[in-house]
Design a protein around this ligand. Structure first.
Ligand code: SF4
Length: 359
C-alpha cells in the first residue's frame, strides 16, 4: 500500500482487522464487531458503527475506508434474474448476477476482470484478462448483491461462474471464500459455494487439500483432446486425460459429486457419438453432467442446437446411468446468461498471451 493510501477494511480478513485494531492501540475483540458491521450488516460508514468507541472510530476513519463495488447499472430479466455491472475502485467493471429459485437463490460472482482462458464460445474470454480481483472485490460482490436485493437475511448459494477462471486467481479466491465463511460475518458454508474451473491441474490438486473446500464444477465441453483444445485452449497445457485423473483423485464427501459442465454447440460436440464418449470418459468418477445449450450471441461463432438434439444427448447419458440435467437459461434477455458476461472497452492483452504469461 502506498504511503497515505487508506486501508480497505473490506479487503481484510478478521485476522487482518485484528492486527489493524491492535496497531491502533485497541483491544483485538473490536475486530469481531467491525467484521459484523461490514459482513453482516453491510455498513460502509465507520461513523455509524456505534458499538465501537469514538476514539477507535476516529482512528479508523483517518486511516481506513470500506470499498464495496459500486453499482454502475442494474438490469432485470423477465425471468427474475438481475445483472449488476459493478464499478471497482480503479474504474474497471465486472458483472455479478442474481439468479432466483435454482432451487435456492444464487449469486453468480466474478473472480477476474475479463479472463485469460479464451474459451471459444464465451464472450468474457474474448476480453482477455484485464486483471485479477482482490479477495475484497470478489467477496464484496456478495455485499453489493445482498444490499441491492435486500438479502442480508435470506440464505443464498454462490457460484464462482461469473467473469474469470477462479483457479487462475487462486490465493485471492480462496481468501474471499474464507472471508465469506467467517462465523462473525456471513458464515457461508463452503457447501453453498460452487467453484467452476476449466481444470488447471496443479491448482485442482492444491484445491483438493484445502480445509474449506467448495463444490467443484469442471467446464468440460468436449470428449476428445482435439475437440477440447479447440474449444478450451488451456487444454493444450493440461490435457483432458490429466483433468479427468485429477477429478478421480479429488476428495469428495459422501453426498457430493463433481459437476461436469458441457456446453452444447450445434454440429460441433452434440452428436450421439459425443454423448456416448462422454459417458465413457466419466466412468469411475462420482459426477453429474450439466448440459448447457449455447446462449448464442453476436461475436460467438457457434449456434444453439435444436431442442430435440439436446434431449437426445441427455437421454443417451441417462441410458448410460449418468446423472444429467439440462440448464435452463436465465437472464438471456439482459445478457446475463452463462458465457454472455462481457464489459467492453477495458483494455486487454490477448487471451493466449495472458495465459502463457500467467502460468
Ligand atoms: S468460459 Fe469461463 S474460463 Fe472460459 S473464457 Fe469464459 S469465463 Fe473464462
Amino acid at each position: 500500500m502506498a504511503a497515505g493510501q487508506r486501508v480497505d477494511l473490506g479487503n481484510l480478513d478478521r485476522a487482518g482487522l485484528e492486527a489493524l485494531v491492535v496497531s491502533l492501540g485497541h483491544r483485538p475483540f473490536h475486530a469481531r464487531q467491525l467484521y459484523q458491521w461490514i459482513w453482516k450488516r453491510g455498513e460502509t460508514d465507520i461513523d455509524r458503527m456505534t458499538d465501537l468507541g469514538l476514539e477507535l472510530r476516529s482512528a479508523l476513519a483517518d486511516k481506513a475506508t470500506i470499498h464495496t463495488p459500486e453499482v454502475a447499472t442494474r438490469q432485470h430479466s423477465e425471468d427474475g434474474t438481475v445483472k449488476l455491472v459493478l464499478r471497482l475502485e480503479d474504474g474497471r467493471q465486472i458483472e455479478a448476477v442474481f439468479i432466483p429459485d435454482t432451487p435456492a437463490q444464487t449469486f453468480c460472482i466474478s473472480t477476474q476482470v475479463g479472463c485469460a482462458m479464451g474459451c471459444a464460445f464465451c464472450l468474457t474470454g474474448k476480453m482477455g484478462l484485464v486483471r485479477h480481483l482482490t479477495a475484497g472485490e470478489i467477496a464484496g460482490q456478495v455485499r453489493a448483491l445482498a444490499r441491492e436485493l435486500d438479502m442480508w437475511h435470506t440464505p443464498f448459494n454462490i457460484v464462482l461462474m461469473g467473469m474469470g477462471e477462479p483457479l487462475h486467481n487462486y490465493d485471492e479466491t480462496m481468501r474471499a471464500l474464507r472471508m465469506l465463511a467467517d462465523a462473525h460475518g456471513l458464515a457461508l458454508s463452503p457447501k453453498r459455494v460452487t467453484l467452476s474451473t476449466v481444470g488447471l491441474v496443479p491448482l485442482l490438486d492444491r484445491l483438493a487439500a484445502e480445509p474449506l473446500m467448495p463444490n467443484l464444477a469442471i467446464s468440460l465441453h468436449a470428449t476428445t483432446e482435439q475437440q477440447r483444445s479447440a474449444l478450451v485452449p488451456p487444454t493444450k497445457k493440461y490435457p483432458l486425460q490429466d483433468v479427468l485423473d485429477a477429478c478421480r483423485r479429488f476428495p469428495l464427501s459422501k453426498r457430493s459429486r463433481i459437476t461436469f459442465e458441457y456446453v452444447l454447440l450445434d454440429g460441433v460436440n452434440d452428436t450421439p457419438e459425443d454423448a456416448r464418449r462422454l459417458a465413457r470418459i466419466l466412468s469411475g468418477i462420482k459426477g453429474k453432467v450439466n448440459l448447457i445449450p449455447l446462449n448464442a450471441a453476436a461475436g460467438i461463432p457457434f449456434d444453439r442446437p435444436p431442442d430435440a438434439r439436446v434431449d437426445r444427448f441427455a437421454a443417451i447419458l441417462a441410458e448410460k446411468r449418468i446423472l444429467v440435467s439440462v440448464r435452463k437459461s436465465r437472464g438471456r434477455d439482459i445478457r446475463a446468461a452463462c458465457g454472455q458476461l462481457i464489459v467492453e472497452g477495458q483494455g486487454r492483452r490477448s487471451p493466449a498471451q495472458q495465459f502463457a504469461e500467467a502460468l
